[in-house]
Design a protein around this ligand. Sequence first.
Ligand code: ATP
Ligand code: 4MY
Ligand code: MG
Ligand code: MG
Length: 355
Amino acid sequence: MTENEKLPSPMVIGYWMSDRKSQKLNWIEFGKVCRQHGYELVKLDLDKPLEDQGPFAVIVHKLTEIIARNDEQAIQIIDRIEQYIKDNPKVLIIDPLESVRTLLDRYKTYNVVLNTGLNNIDVFTPTFVEILSNDVKENIIKLKNARVTFPFICKPFVAQGTTYCHQMSVIFNERGVADCKPPCVAQSFINHNAILYKLYVVGDHYQLVERPSLKNFYTSNVDRDTITFDSHSVSKSDSSSELSVLDPSESAKKSSVDPIKLHSIVKTLGSYLNMSLYGVDIVVENNTNRHAIIDINAYPGYDGFPDFFGKLIDCVISRRTQSLCSKAYFEDSGFDTSDSSDEKKSRAKLNSINH
Ligand SMILES: Nc1ncnc2c1ncn2[C@@H]1O[C@H](COP(=O)(O)OP(=O)(O)OP(=O)(O)O)[C@@H](O)[C@H]1O
Ligand SMILES: O=P(O)(O)O[C@H]1[C@H](OP(=O)(O)O)[C@@H](OP(=O)(O)O)[C@@H](O)[C@@H](O)[C@@H]1OP(=O)(O)O
Ligand SMILES: [Mg+2]
Ligand SMILES: [Mg+2]
């Protein structure tokens, strides 16, 4: 090669996640994988204009804790990113902030599942209602009207990115309704023999991992006091909470997960949410075998996901190709491509749910 013949400069993937998250994922390794595929990985400085740091071909992020913070500085950071994406429509963002915002709101998330039509294949979201008031009588009526049954589980409205968002309670009776901490979502409890399935998604790739979960509770437990717990002490791979121990009289019969249902969940939610990096928590209801979606997380831990970085770069490349092709197609047809068709469709779907 002569001096004048330069190698093309690598395309840049900008990323942001907390240092804690990068360390957990050993993110430095992803830089090497990117290089092998002709990309350079650069951490975004959120306090400076992105224009001075790019140009970026792709932005990959876990901004949940910044979005959830919602203070003046956080709002400024998010505004800056959104403006950059608007001004540079060819930049691919994994995942769109609007979609992440939907998942940060448990009430909206459950409504998304409700609207997907997944219930046609026996995949459902347990009955739920939002609790916004401290008035216990009013809340009891609200729960009844929404057909939320005892026992139910109470979860903070904000789903990710705060210190309190994993603090929950199981409520057994009307007396316990006073323990709801609004704003929260009350959701009927589904008995599932203490097994949780985490479905981790990276674009078109997915992996199911098994985790401990809450034990069965029965209507005969009606006199029990409210149980409060932190979800991270129950359902991590190394959790061994006493709340996961089945009663001696119960058989720990293993449920079976239906691979066809998993495939439909990934296809359907990916398109509804317009997201590539998310995790779906599923429990299989005892006796009926119906699959309940109880939680969806933006950019989860991926603990137990084989070759995560290989699948991630694969996802970046295929999403980029799709996005460039659809933009080129619409540009040729004279359409305004400042908003890709997929984004438009998904935004319309989410808007119809959110309003
Ligand atoms: N409707 C339900 N029926 C039965 N058990 C449930 C239900 N919802 C949640 N659980 C149990 O409570 C745990 C925490 O619930 P959830 O997954 O919604 O919390 P989270 O804090 O959002 O979790 P993550 O750490 O995955 O984000 C689950 O892992 C499961 O054991
Ligand atoms: O480390 P992170 O901050 O990404 O924590 C995420 C956590 O991953 P971890 O397992 O690595 O702790 C996820 O667990 P899994 O569902 O994958 O089990 C889930 O709890 C997310 O809700 C958390 O997101 P956050 O609430 O913090 O935004
Ligand atoms: Mg969960
Ligand atoms: Mg969650």
